[in-house]
Design a protein around this ligand. Structure first.
Ligand code: C2O
Ligand code: CU
Length: 502
């Protein structure tokens, strides 16, 4: 029953997990036809990187004993990490090998709405969908997951989650990216060897039944969906990571449907936050705790001493506890991953004092202000409707969206197509971890967030982008809306009108 379930969800695992399994590192997706190097030599303007993703059902040995029935991409659980540079065109053949319709959404990506992989780009069972777009944004840790209306929580929970890392063009790749418009993260000497000192960490909670199967949705009052009591990182339960360098960059994704993480180390050491959802911060921020709500990413750099062992954990958050009884479900101290440093640590990277460009929308001319109130599975009193476009924004303008969580339960807010700047929280300067580019922000109950964002290109009056709560059951239950980006003089159209993509 629910009582037992809650008790399980509140279990404090810190210090009780034996970290017996090496942390799995998601493989890098292989580019099928990588024209980038040839084009760089010839100075050609367009390069195409082609990827193939096969969505499939299977079984994965997540625990000892019976394997768990899971979904995966090019594998049975999770998905390969896609990497592309700014300026490159990517073309991704998404084959749906499931017995039902699903989709893949490129979370955090600036791209045409018809390529977004949201509720209006479902891929039928057995079909292949091949979106194509040119990457044009800062280096950042993005990700991808299903986004079919009403089933996002279920499909994502079964295992369809991967990272999409955007890189800046490197010095030897002049083909990529508009000149002078990136923070050239490639020239910073940050830890950047994938899986060695630049480590992806997809953090998820899962609830297993007695037969090692993921439990189906448990209808908690208010529909949070599942809060699991076991933590997987990249699909590994109780993982350890062998550290071989003094500095390690972790690319953390809260890949959970509903659980919040308040990351910290078992010895309370500080670490440096260097990047948020949309890319590098202006400068590193030293902290010993970092809160991530579902869908948010953080890049952090941790320094290790030779021979030491330290655990990454999630700690209860005194900040938001007590806002509602519901939050107690999050208030357990959980083990996440053990780091075991070798006796000799390579030391050839550094943490620069200056990283990227700070978001600069604070003084922009604001074309429109809008307000969004999240409560009771609705936004501004309305539930998501597939055929209703809530509003249009103008290409080339900056808008300020004021977002409020008005019902005492935890929500967050995610906007497709753009990275936004958090201007203020309750009228004051946001804390350091909210000063970088973001596409998803935690909404503390009762607080007011002012978000500034600029809309550019990809206009289409009939193809909407989504904004929604990224607690996936809330999204499925209707806490979502749709907007279109309009060219000068254009009016909001009708969903799907004049399109041949579905
Ligand atoms: Cu990560 Cu609209 O979603
Ligand atoms: Cu919510």
């Amino acid at each position: 029953g629910l009582g037992v379930y809650y008790a399980a969800a509140r279990r404090d695992t810190a210090g009780k997990i034996d970290f017996r399994t090496a942390l799995a590192i998601p493989p890098l997706a292989e580019a099928l036809a990588d024209a980038a190097s040839g084009a760089a030599a010839s100075g050609a303007a367009s390069t195409v990187r082609r990827f193939a993703l096969g969505i499939q059902a299977g079984e994965t040995q997540l625990k000892e004993g019976t394997p768990t029935r899971t979904w995966g991409i090019n594998g049975t659980y999770l998905a390969p990490t896609i990497r592309a540079r700014r300026g490159e065109t990517v073309e991704i053949a998404v084959h749906n090998g499931l017995d039902r319709e699903t989709s893949l959404h490129w979370h955090g990506m600036h791209l045409p709405a018809a390529m977004d992989g949201g509720p209006h780009q479902p891929v039928a069972a057995g079909e292949t969908w091949t979106p194509r777009w040119t990457v044009d944004q800062r280096a950042a840790t993005l990700w991808y997951h299903p986004h079919v209306h009403g089933a996002t929580a279920d499909h994502t929970y079964r295992g369809l989650t991967g990272l999409f890392i955007v890189d800046d063009p490197s010095g030897d790749d002049p083909a990529g990216g508009p000149a002078g418009d990136n923070e050239a993260s490639a020239t910073l000497n940050l830890p950047s060897t994938y899986g060695v000192d630049d480590v992806p960490m997809i953090v998820q909670d899962r609830a297993f039944d007695g037969d090692n199967q993921f439990t189906e949705r448990i209808p908690l009052a208010g529909s949070l969906g599942v809060i699991g009591d076991e933590i997987l990182v990249n699909g590994t339960l109780g993982p350890y990571f062998d550290v071989t360098t003094r500095l390690v960059r972790l690319r953390l994704l809260n890949g959970s449907n509903a659980r919040l993480y308040n990351f910290g180390f078992s010895d309370d050491r500080s670490f440096a936050l260097i990047g948020t959802d949309g890319g590098l911060l202006a400068e590193p921020w030293e902290t010993n705790r970092l809160y991530l709500s579902p869908g948010e990413r953080a890049e952090v750099v941790v320094a290790f001493e030779p021979g030491e062992t330290v655990d990454l954990r999630s700690y209860p958050s005194p900040d938001y506890g007590g806002a509602s009884g519901r939050l107690d479900g999050f208030a357990d101290r959980l083990d996440v991953c053990r780091f075991r440093a070798g006796d000799d640590l390579a030391d050839d990277t550094e943490l620069p004092a200056a990283l990227g460009d700070a978001p600069d929308l604070g003084d922009a001319v604001v074309a429109a202000e809008r307000s969004f109130v999240l409560a009771s599975d609705q936004i501004n009193g309305r539930s998501m409707a597939m055929d209703r476009i809530d509003f249009g924004v103008r290409e080339g303008t900056v808008e300020v969206w004021e977002v409020t969580n008005d019902n005492g339960y935890i929500h967050n807010f995610h906007v497709h197509d753009v990275q936004f700047q958090v201007l203020t929280v309750d009228g004051t300067t946001p804390p350091p971890h909210l000063r970088g580019w973001k596409d998803t922000v935690l909404l503390v109950p009762g607080s007011r967030y002012r978000l500034a964002m600029r809309f550019s290109d990809h206009t289409d009056p009939n193809a909407p982008y989504m904004y929604h709560c990224h607690l996936l059951q809330h999204e499925d239950d209707g806490m979502m809306g749709q907007f279109v980006v309009l060219a000068d003089g254009e009016q909001v159209g009708a969903v799907g009108a004049g399109h041949d993509h579905h």
